[in-house]
Design a protein around this ligand. Structure first.
Ligand SMILES: Cc1cc2nc3c(=O)[nH]c(=O)nc-3n(C[C@H](O)[C@H](O)[C@H](O)COP(=O)(O)OP(=O)(O)OC[C@H]3O[C@@H](n4cnc5c(N)ncnc54)[C@H](O)[C@@H]3O)c2cc1C
Ligand SMILES: Cc1ncc(C[n+]2csc(CCOP(=O)(O)OP(=O)(O)O)c2C)c(N)n1
Ligand SMILES: [Mg+2]
Length: 455
């Protein structure tokens, strides 16, 4: 049973549960007899090399060679295939967007990488998908189809190790069952070199977008703009850092503002989007890679839910890790902010304090109480220095930042309906209206109000 569980876990990259009856654990071991129905085990696991058939690769190459504006969507299935994705993208003159669990699949310093996609995504990713004529999806189950090209707009090739994932989110003209790295290697010689006109357009968009993000991050807020917390971290991220995020509004800043470098790792609770993952994930990262710096981004609601208790686990084990660098950054906004904004934007409901407000807890002092370092910041100009101090600290750190809940964690483009909902929420008398109206909402809507992005 143990052998099968380990084999299934390795082969399917999945959690496997083994349930052992109590009395079985106390029985003496016996070799299984040589008879019908007995369970045996053996040593070793050699994964298969999974590559599509030559004819299918050729059909895929025909589509990719025929397109003029190729968009790539990479996901977690391509995390081990960075070099292969870059080689194919260069050959096709393509731009590439990243599904959130594939954030570390491509570094963000490549000019044709448009960053995240979706509600937490970037405008260049939106533009890439809206104007491409060919879509190559590599190892992604990205669920928000409305951010992909319209059906019929793009010819599509999809590579996935799981046949069940093919054509799930967008109809693929050719679906290839295969490992991302192996399949791209086999595909590359069949692809013809494209010019870089389309790529220039993408790169211009990307360059503009990073400027926009900087402006948004440095915009005034009361007291600290949460986007600035991620922005200041981004330029300071050590090589090989591992970043985790919780499921609150910090997931937006994690998705958009953090620039991945080659060799970094990053994750959050993807499919379930459950709160409470950031500190447990960070601890897991430290056990798997004790020498690497690990940084977790967490909302105060998620801290109160379970992540504070998980700090006790950190206090118990951190001395065993060869590098002590583990930073848990808490966005203290006294609000379940992501949902407050979802209710404003999706439902047109003003903030309902009774369900959304949460107590102000001194997270940094809790850290000190259990032997970790606590740093508290409530002035924007101190955020950068606080990251520097935390990164140099000789023990795990809780970096608590007092952030403004009125900075909207909203999509890079806004629909007419969403705009109407927000107006309705404000008209119904949002208790925090003045903060919102004078805040960065104006900045976010600037493009829309001037006739920009309506989708
Ligand atoms: C608050 C919150 C908001 C979110 N908003 C967004 C958002 O705006 N945008 C976004 O992108 N995500 C968002 N997510 C996450 C989202 O729900 C999905 O989990 C995520 O998009 C999936 O990313 P993925 O496609 O990389 O990973 P997965 O869905 O896990 O897909 C990986 C794919 O790779 C395949 N694969 C595995 N190994 C290989 C291999 N060796 N070769 C080839 N294929 C392989 C798998 O079969 C699978 O199909 C959000 C999550 C949270 C918590
Ligand atoms: C277990 C769980 N409960 C509820 C939700 C819905 N939810 C998503 S984000 C969020 C608010 C998170 O608040 P906080 O951690 O303070 O982060 P903020 O959005 O304020 O930055 C809630 C309630 C969820 N994703 N998971
Ligand atoms: Mg909060």
């Amino acid at each position: 049973m143990v052998d099968r569980a380990a084999r299934i876990a390795l082969a399917n990259k999945t959690v496997t549960a083994i349930i052992l009856p109590n009395d079985l654990q106390e029985m003496p071991y016996q070799e299984p007899p040589r008879k019908h129905g007995t369970v045996h085990s053996g040593v070793g696991f050699r994964p298969a090399r999974v590559v599509p058939h030559a004819d299918d690769l050729k059909d895929a190459a025909d589509i990719l060679n025929h397109g003029r504006k190729c968009a790539i969507l990479v996901g977690a299935g391509a995390l081990h295939a960075t070099n292969e994705v870059i080689a194919v993208a260069d050959r096709l003159g393509a731009g590439a967007a990243k599904a959130l669990l594939g954030k570390a699949a491509l570094p963000d310093d490549l000019p044709w990488v448009t960053g995240s996609i979706g509600l937490l995504g970037t405008k260049p990713s939106w533009d890439l998908m809206a104007s491409c004529d060919t879509l190559l999806t590599i190892g992604s189950g990205f669920p928000y189809s409305e951010f992909l090209p319209e059906e019929g707009q793009a010819k599509a090739v999809q590579i996935d190790i799981a046949p069940s994932m093919l054509s799930l989110r967008y109809p693929a003209d050719v679906g290839l069952v295969g490992d991302a790295a192996e399949t791209l290697k086999a595909l590359l010689p069949l692809l013809s070199q494209k010019g870089d006109e389309w790529r220039q357009e993408i790169a211009d968009n990307v360059r503009e977008w990073w400027k926009t993000l900087e402006e948004r991050a440095l915009a005034k807020a009361d007291p600290v703009n949460p986007q600035r917390v991620a922005w200041e971290l981004s330029s300071r991220l050590p090589d090989h850092a591992i970043v985790t995020s919780d499921s609150g509004s910090c997931a937006n800043w994690y998705a958009r503002d953090l620039k991945m470098k080659r060799g970094m790792m990053a994750s959050l609770s993807g499919g379930l989007a459950s709160m409470g993952a950031a500190v447990p994930y960070a601890i897991a990262a430290k056990f798997a890679h004790p020498g690497r710096p690990v940084i977790g981004l967490v909302g105060d609601g998620a801290m109160q839910m379970n992540n504070m208790a998980e700090l006790i686990t950190v206090a118990k084990y951190w001395r065993q890790w060869s590098s002590p660098t583990l930073i848990i950054c808490v966005f203290n906004n006294e609000d379940l902010n992501q949902v407050t904004w979802e209710q404003r934007v999706m439902e047109g409901d003003p903030k309902f304090d009774a369900s959304q407000d949460i107590p102000n807890v001194p997270y940094h002092r809790f850290a000190e109480m259990i032997g970790l370092k606590g740093i508290y910041v409530d002035r924007p100009e101190e955020v950068g220095q606080a990251w520097d101090d935390a990164l140099l600290c000789d023990r795990p750190v809780v970096l608590e930042v007092k952030t403004d809940p009125e900075v909207p964690p909203l999509p890079p483009h806004i629909t007419f309906e969403q705009m109407q909902h927000i107006s309705r929420a404000l008209m119904k008398g949002d208790p925090h209206e003045s903060g919102i109206v004078t805040g960065t909402l104006k900045q976010l809507f600037a493009g829309w109000l001037s006739g920009g992005d309506e989708t």
